[in-house]
Design a binder for this molecule. Structure first.
Ligand code: NAD
Ligand code: DAU
Length: 338
């Protein structure tokens, strides 16, 4: 079958971490595509993430994916939507799950209804967390067949949104695909997340904070590799299919933290142990064989140490991007003993 060649795409959540990296990737690699970003600019959205993009390549619309009237108007004039917008942070979902249900479930429903009405191709961005967690000594990794078993309010709302997409494909024939990716790292990630929190702590003279026993494993992928995989699925993926995205990057948290400490000239024990996350998933691990075999995708950033060095360099070079929210972010953690 010929590749799908969209000319106009809507990127929801395009002012956030992964969404903005995807917009930059499309602008840099797909010269014939115009991007409309739909983003509410919550605490996690930042227009600076889109700076440098030529005006003729991108239109920015500030708005809520739950606003059916706005979504309907935008979907009347597009070929495809790539849906990144979400409340994305587990710790926030434990403190206050309500916005997660609204944006992740109701928002996805609103977009699907507009995709159904206007015949818009729909790619849904999801997470490996829908599968729950694996034991440290389990030889298995997640595949597209792994049963759903989410643990947190965040992951349960992402699982709910995945199920809505599957139902809208099967019942209404919405042309949809889903990708479930592992933990992303790279530039422009909000400093509430693990890697940038530790980097900006060190840059601010605050000791890094490690949850629990530090042995939880995450499967790291550079955000640019996530972008190239999403483009492959959008243009070559089979309708109704799920593709897992991962780059064989399993590492435990203490090893990642010690790599950051070493790179930034700190001692291996220059950090604090803090209260564990309730319901903390032990290990995520992705088997991305289907994506690699069927669509020929390969990650480009396979040297984690180098990716980490570049990420540290980005936060060092862009203090104006994060310093204004550092104090409030740490105060929120401190209130929960983290
Ligand atoms: P983020 O929190 O950095 O960005 C989310 C963006 O969505 C922000 O720009 C925010 O303003 C926008 N947004 C939130 N609610 C909205 C609403 N109601 N209407 C319109 N815009 C809204 O998130 P991220 O880490 O970039 O994650 C993006 C997507 O990727 C999410 O769907 C997440 O579940 C998924 N994902 C993330 C990771 C990861 O490691 N961060 C891994 C796999 C999948
Ligand atoms: O697996 C994909 C998911 O990865 C995405 O769906 C989520 O949107 C994204 O936030 C991420 O979820 P995690 O919960 O894995 O990421 P986070 O950066 O919050 O934490 C990574 C690990 O580090 C986790 O085991 C908790 C731990 N941690 C986190 C923070 C913020 C610490 O030890 N100390 C910290 O200060």
């Amino acid at each position: 079958m010929a590749d799908f060649e969209p000319r106009r795409i809507i990127v929801t959540g395009g002012a956030g971490f992964i969404g903005s990296n995807f917009v930059h990737w499309v602008v840099d690699n797909q010269p014939n595509v115009h991007v409309t970003v739909l983003d509410k600019l919550t605490y996690a959205g930042n227009l600076d993430n889109l700076s440098g993009i030529p005006e003729d390549r991108m239109t920015f619309v500030k708005g809520d994916i739950c606003d059916a009237e706005l979504v309907d108007a935008l979907f009347a004039d597009t070929d495809a939507v790539v849906h990144f917008a979400a409340e994305s942070h587990n710790d926030n979902s434990i403190a206050d799950p309500e916005p997660f249900v609204r944006t992740n479930v109701e928002g996805t429903f609103t977009l699907l209804e507009a995709a159904r009405k206007h015949g818009v191709r729909f790619h849904h961005i999801s997470t490996d967390e829908v599968y729950g967690d694996l034991a440290l000594d389990d030889p298995a990794r997640f595949t597209e067949e792994t049963p759903y078993h989410p643990s947190s309010p965040y992951s349960s709302t992402k699982a709910s949104s995945d199920l809505l997409v599957r139902a809208w494909f099967r019942t209404y024939g919405v042309a949809a695909t889903i990708s479930n990716c592992s933990n992303n790292y790279g530039p422009r990630q909000h400093i509430e997340k693990f890697i940038p929190r530790q980097i900006t702590n060190i840059l601010s003279g605050i000791r890094p904070k490690l949850y629990g026993d530090g042995l939880n494993v995450r499967d790291w992928i550079h955000t640019e590799d996530h972008s190239s995989a999403v483009w492959a699925i959008l243009t070559k993926g089979r309708m109704g299919e799920t593709y897992l995205i991962g780059a064989d990057g399993e590492r435990n948290n203490i090893d990642v933290l010690r790599a950051i400490l070493e790179e930034m000239g700190q001692g291996p024990d220059d950090f604090d142990w803090v209260r564990d996350r309730p319901g903390h998933d032990r290990r995520y691990a992705i088997d991305s064989t289907k994506l690699r075999r069927e669509l020929g995708w390969m990650p480009a950033h396979t040297d984690f140490a180098e990716g980490l060095r570049q990420t540290i360099a980005w936060y060092r070079a862009n203090p104006q991007w994060w310093q204004g929210v550092k104090e409030a972010t740490e105060a929120k953690y401190a209130a929960h003993g983290q």
